[in-house]
Design a protein around this ligand. Structure first.
Ligand code: UT7
Length: 340
């Protein structure tokens, strides 16, 4: 019984796949360099560059919000896909820095785009949010239930950054990246997605105010709870372990060797984490995309921003296999294997 079930799942015919039809990204104009940070906390360009690979990050001003960044990235992705927003059927915004508690950031994006036909929601899975969202859209498009979807990873992490904590404030930047997916039967599209979570380790990365545990009208026992708190070393070790494990799983399930992979596009959390994971996977440097120097860690936005940069730089082309992989708060992690 269980054998025949497995066989059925493996041989499941997939009439449609979720194909990336367009991509776009948007970052605020204002820059914050390592030298700027060295004037704010006890750090240096040398330390930040050596330990993280980050040189500069884009940061929002007071009027730039998550929905604004998300909408700008979405417009570019829709133009790239040549899709009219009124024809959109589903919008997901992956974010941990939403426009407000509710309604969803996606509601504001829908309104700004005039995407009246779509149903919309936010997805909270921190740095893995974009990967999780792709896997959800994959189900809807493969089943034939929908024709298209827009996914945006958008964050304004610098609005919840403790600018006095040198161990975290050097890491983060703001931005948004988006992709339009359409269902097609042309050999391209998302081939496989895998996701995982470990709620036992929630304390490794968090921002505790102002949810139901620490509502806004109660005095916080620790005023720092309004900021992101990270256990850098723990995250560092877990990230390498989970990325290696997840990519290995992707190769095995898809029956691919390293030669089949055009590019690994990882969440940009720290250049050293990505390089270390790639080394353990025996992936050569030219098959690993890293753009953290220019953006810092933009959480859910980092994979789609990196994806777009990778495409625009001509490092991958139609027909190539790319693996998108991410790891973040929750803990959460996952990957998508895509034939472009
Ligand atoms: O997307 C997920 C979110 N990302 C993360 O959670 C980050 C993951 N972790 C990391 O990227 C790295 O752990 C960090 C970049 C945060 C830290 O790098 P590290 O190599 O793990 O350094 P460390 O925490 O072991 O600290 C080494 C030293 C310490 O000094 P002592 O104790 O050796 O004297 C720190 O106090 O570096 C010191 N340090 C700094 N020095 C200058 C920590 N932050 C800084 C800083 N500038 N900004």
């Amino acid at each position: 019984m269980s054998n025949s079930m497995n066989k059925l799942i493996e041989d499941r015919p997939i009439p449609y796949r979720a194909v990336i039809a367009g991509c776009g990204s948007f970052v605020p104009e204002k820059l914050l360099t390592n030298d700027d940070l060295a004037k704010m906390v006890d750090t240096s360009d040398e330390w930040i560059t050596a330990r993280t690979g980050i040189k500069v990050r884009h940061i929002t001003n007071d009027t730039e919000t998550t929905a604004f960044l998300a909408t700008e990235a979405a417009k570019k992705a829709l133009a790239d896909a040549k899709l009219d927003p009124v024809d959109l059927e589903l919008i997901i915004v992956a974010t941990i820095t939403p426009e407000m508690v509710f309604p969803s950031t996606a509601s504001f994006v829908q309104r700004a785009l005039g995407a009246k036909k779509a149903w919309v929601f936010d997805l909270c899975a921190a740095c893995s949010g974009f990967i999780y969202s792709l896997s959800i859209v994959q189900q809807f498009l493969e089943s034939g239930r929908y024709n298209n979807a827009l996914i945006i990873g958008a964050e304004t992490l610098t609005k919840i950054t403790d600018w006095t904590d040198r161990t975290s404030c050097i890491l983060f930047g703001d931005g948004a990246g988006a992709v339009v997916l359409e269902r097609h039967n042309n050999g391209r599209g998302i081939l496989y997605s895998t996701m995982a979570s470990d709620g036992e380790r929630w304390e490794a990365l968090n921002c505790q105010a102002y949810g139901s545990r620490y509502p806004a009208d109660k005095k916080l026992d620790d005023p720092k709870k309004i900021y992101m708190q990270i256990k850098g070393r723990e995250v560092y070790q877990q990230a390498i372990r989970r990325i290696v494990q997840t990519v290995t799983d992707c190769l095995k399930v898809c029956n691919f060797t390293l030669d089949d992979i055009g590019m690994l596009i990882s969440h940009q959390m720290n250049g050293r984490i990505i390089e270390s994971a790639a080394k353990r996977l025996n992936l050569p440097a030219e098959k690993v995309f890293i753009n953290i120097a220019e953006y810092g860690n933009t959480s859910a936005a980092s994979v789609p921003i990196a994806f777009e940069d990778c495409i625009r730089q001509g490092k991958v082309k139609q027909g190539d296999i790319v693996i998108l992989v991410a790891f973040g708060a929750g803990l959460t992690w996952g990957a998508n294997v895509i034939r472009l």
